[in-house]
Design a binder for this molecule. Structure first.
Ligand SMILES: [Zn+2]
Length: 455
């Protein structure tokens, strides 16, 4: 047991989880298993897995992507987790964030708003059955699980269609939410699997409405800022507690510092995780899960990857165990990752991965800033006499140089991730960092030629 890295003899929080979001940079199956070993060393004993299109969907195979795991990989993952004392909690979206399902032609008719592929209309005939079928599919590979996360957050267009509007007028918002979810919650409860849902759609409910859902599901309160209680207020948490809910806290170890960044903002992640652990310890929440978002939503380019966030990942375990941060964070992380490497769990690439990711981010930010400055020039906005040809040439030179450097770093970045993430996803990630710079150059060239500039 790696006692040198942890202080307490007993953990501050009983269930110490992390969340694996497979929407961006999904690990290779080999790395997926290795990841469990890192978690076990970091004394993390729970993993919430958002399989999304990486799951080997059986009933609706069109929901799989080209590198989806096989059924045997998922089963092996679940059993390896169990052998390491890690509880696997699968997450299947049930209401909002149904993009993977609703963007497929076959399920188009189930959208709340015809053009919005995010939210399911709870009153369409097949809506609940589709979700139920997906839950059944996941249960085939997840034997012996204790919890099941049904998502249920950010249903932005909730109650927008005419049928839902009428239902709400008659019965209220909470009733419509429950109308859709209750049979799903019941299905899981009957199998001794406790459902979990995100708390955000429930925050405005009155206490008797909260009681209804609290009987059937745990609530996971999420907030990822430096001060998480600005977003989920103490009053809201008190209301949930007074309603008798089992509560979980969701912090974030990555994927919460901007939709288009390449590294986590470490200080913010630590502050956020620590604040939740302290709160969870005080009010005796059931567990804490540090989320690790891979995209802000299905339609934006991926944010920072797991391999560039190994420090905040292992710190999630440390903070949840000890309810404090190490005296010297980088020394602790460095020592811990070396300890893992010595045991044959690959972590030695982390510092190079972080350095390259940071470079990618800085180069892109500098290109964006350069293009923004260029577009702010007066000669492009109705004052043609206020022109300095040198500035325009300089902007072009800077952007071309940035593109060259982004391409160079992107190649190194891909190399460092080899065998950790399938190459198809590495290419997509680096393309998402190169293409915007190319587009900026296009814009600058087009603008400068239309401004009658002489070179
Ligand atoms: Zn509707």
């Amino acid at each position: 047991m790696n006692n040198e890295f942890f202080v307490r003899s007993k953990p501050a929080i009983a269930i110490r989880g992390i969340h694996l979001d497979l929407k961006g940079l999904p690990p290779t199956s080999g790395r997926l298993f290795e990841l469990l070993e890192i978690l076990a060393e970091a004394r993390i004993n729970c993993i919430v897995v958002e399989w999304e299109d990486m799951y080997p969907w059986k009933t609706y195979p069109e929901l799989k992507n080209e590198t989806a795991y096989t059924e045997s990989t998922v089963k092996k993952f679940v059993s390896k987790a169990a052998s390491l004392g890690i509880e696997v909690i699968p997450l299947v979206q049930s209401f909002g964030h149904m993009e993977n399902v609703l963007s497929k032609r076959r399920f188009k008719h189930l959208r709340e708003i015809p053009d919005n592929v995010s939210d399911l209309c709870p009153l369409k005939t097949d809506s609940r059955d589709i979700v139920l079928q997906m839950i059944k599919d996941v249960l085939l590979t997840h034997t012996g699980i204790k919890h099941f996360h049904l998502g249920g957050d950010e249903v932005w267009s909730f109650g927008s269609c005419s049928a839902c509007k009428k239902f709400i007028e008659k019965h209220g918002k909470a009733s419509l939410y429950l109308y859709h979810l209750e049979p799903l919650l019941q299905f899981l409860n009957e199998r001794d699997i406790r459902p979990i849902i995100w708390d955000d759609m429930i925050r405005t409910w009155n206490i008797s409405e909260v009681k209804k859902i609290g009987k059937q599901a745990d609530l996971m309160c999420w907030s990822y800022g430096i001060d998480p209680f600005k977003f989920v207020t103490r009053e809201t948490i008190d209301k949930f507690m007074n309603a008798g809910c089992n509560l979980w806290a969701a912090s974030a170890f990555k994927g919460a510092d901007g939709a288009y960044v390449d590294i986590p903002y470490v200080q913010a992640r630590i502050a956020n995780m620590l604040a939740w652990v302290k709160c969870a310890e005080t009010i005796k929440m059931k567990g804490v899960v540090a989320t690790g978002w891979s995209r802000y939503n299905t339609f934006v380019s991926p944010c920072e990857g797991l391999e560039a966030s190994l420090d905040t990942l292992v710190l999630a375990g440390k903070i949840a165990w000890d309810s404090k941060i190490p005296d010297d964070i980088s020394e602790w992380v460095d020592g811990f990752l070396k300890f893992c490497e010595k045991k044959g769990i690959r972590t030695a690439h982390f510092s190079e991965c972080r350095r390259l990711s940071e470079q990618l981010q800085n180069l892109r930010n500098s290109a964006f800033a350069c293009a923004r400055n260029f577009l702010q020039q007066a000669h492009l906005a109705g004052e043609p006499e206020r022109i300095n040809p040198f500035r325009t040439k300089d902007a072009k030179r800077h952007l071309l140089e940035s593109l060259k450097n982004v391409r160079k770093v992107a190649k190194q970045w891909e190399k460092v991730h080899r065998t950790l993430v399938p190459s198809i996803w590495l290419k997509k990630y680096t393309l998402s960092r190169i293409e915007p710079v190319k587009k900026l150059i296009d814009i600058v060239y087009r603008k400068s030629s239309s401004s009658k500039l002489q070179f």
